[in-house]
Every structure is written in structure tokens, then in C-alpha cells.
Design a protein around this ligand. Sequence first.
Ligand code: GLN
Length: 307
Amino acid sequence: MATVRALLDVGIARLRESGSETARLDAELLLAHALDTDRTAILAHTDAPVGDGAAARFQASLDRRAAGEPVAYIRGIKEFHGLAFGIDPRALIPRPETERLVELAELEIVRWLLGAPRPAGSPPVRVIDVGVGSGAVAVTLAVLLRRRGMLDEVTLAATDLSEDALQLARENAVAHAVGDRIAFSTADLLPGSETTRWDVVAANLPYVRSGAMPTLPVATSYEPATALDGGPDGLTVIGRLLDQLPDALAPHGVALLEIGGDQEAALRALVIERLPGWSCEVERDLGGLPRVAILRRDETDAASPAA
Ligand code: GLN
């Protein structure tokens, strides 16, 4: 019987040859998946024998990965902000840089709840994740707010144009015990007929330039193109959301939008054009790239009631 180490060596060589830049990590994750265990367990037992069934499952996974399929779709799982999400081609695989969007949205909500004294009976903070995809943003926010004991003070909604994605997001919400805490609905960006004005809008919308789609890594071609393709300049969908914000955002509301690392200037220009007078800060991700735009109405505009 082959050992863990021998199978890993074969797998790493195979994936390197196929062009994977993360061959070792991929092989470890796929072998752990075949053995129905986690990566640390196999790294701690490299001399352990592997049964024929698991070895065959590992080979089949290697075939799929060598053909370009992302590891997350083969495993059916992806870690995001320390939580495991069920993942399949119904939605985009959550990216680590999107954790920044979640952290900043959490910070806004916490500030909102702690910032001013809230008399009993204050309305909940209304939060919406636009383009929910797998649910990574909305579900993680719900879990983080529950840990802080703040979930009851928030209402969470989430939309997507894709019924498939919404279904996956619902499954992930149920898996993390927040299925009854997020109102999911089908919508093209913000729900149109609603009278609700949102306090916090968070969105990781498609922002890849159409022309750049063919240059993305091959693994990306397994993901839904509608979750990535942001039109000719990459900002078409985000631009449509900006147009919805004046009516949909509460006076002191804030919108947090994930953007591409090279889109800060273009996004700022778009905000000046579509939302004159609004403020726009851009936060960076761990790689130092501009990643989350934070938009607010002009303070004076929002703060003072008409005289
Ligand atoms: N960061 C993603 C990528 O480069 C794009 C995600 C998005 O369009 N929202 O693959």
C-alpha cells in the first residue's frame, strides 16, 4: 500500500507539471479530501498507509485539478474567514481579499450599534449583501455579529440575480445556523420595490473587465462568468448599483464595495460623476492593494434636517 508521503510526492509532481502554482498545497488538500480528513492530519502522519479506495479517489481528484478545475470545486468546500463554506459551480469561490469587505462591514455595524446611545425599541440596523453568491459575506457577517451578541439588533438581507447562487447561499446560511436570520431574495442588485432604506450595503459585484476575462487563470473559467464579468471597463455593474444608492441608502448609510486592485482611480471618478458630493474612502487589502470603497452621502447633507 502506498504511504501518504509517496502519494503526495506523485501528486505534487503531477500538479507542478500541469502548471499549478500551488501544487503542494493543492495535493495536500486533495489527499486529505480523499481520506476524509484535514490537511494537518495527513502532514502529521506522512508514513501512514493509504487504502486503495482513497488512493483512487486522490488520483481522480488529481485528474480534475490537472485539467484546471479549482480545488474548492473538487473538495466542495472553501474556508473563508475561518468558516467552511459549501462551494460548487453555482457561485464564485470566495476569495481571501473579500474577508476585508466583511471586516469593514462588521466595523460599520458595530460602530453604529455602539456609537450613540440606542434607546430600547430602536429599529434594527438594516444591512444588505448585494450579489450574495455563495453567501460568504452575509453568512460570515451574521456569524460574527452573533458572536458579539449583536445579531438581534440587525436585520440582514441578501440578493442575487442567480437562483442557483441564492440556493447555495441559503444552504450555507443553514449550515452555519443563520438560515432564519438572512432574508434572501432574487433581485438585480438592490430590491426595487422595497421601501426599506438600508443602513449598510455590502457588495462584491463582478468587476473584471470583459477583455481581461480570457486572461484569468484557467481555474476561473469553471466559475460563473456573470459573477466576474464587469463589462467593458469592469465597472458597469458597480455603476448600476451607484445609481440605485441615492434612493436606497438611509441618510447616514454607508455602502462598501469590493473593487479590483487597479480600479481605485476609475471608481473615484465614477463616484464623482454618479454621486456628486458623496465621500469615497478606499481601504487596502492585506496585499496592500486598494480593495474596498466606502461611500457615504455628504455629511452635511445627511445630518441636518431641512431648515
Ligand atoms: N478578485 C476576483 C478575481 O480576480 C474578482 C472578483 C469579482 O469580480 N468580484 O478573480
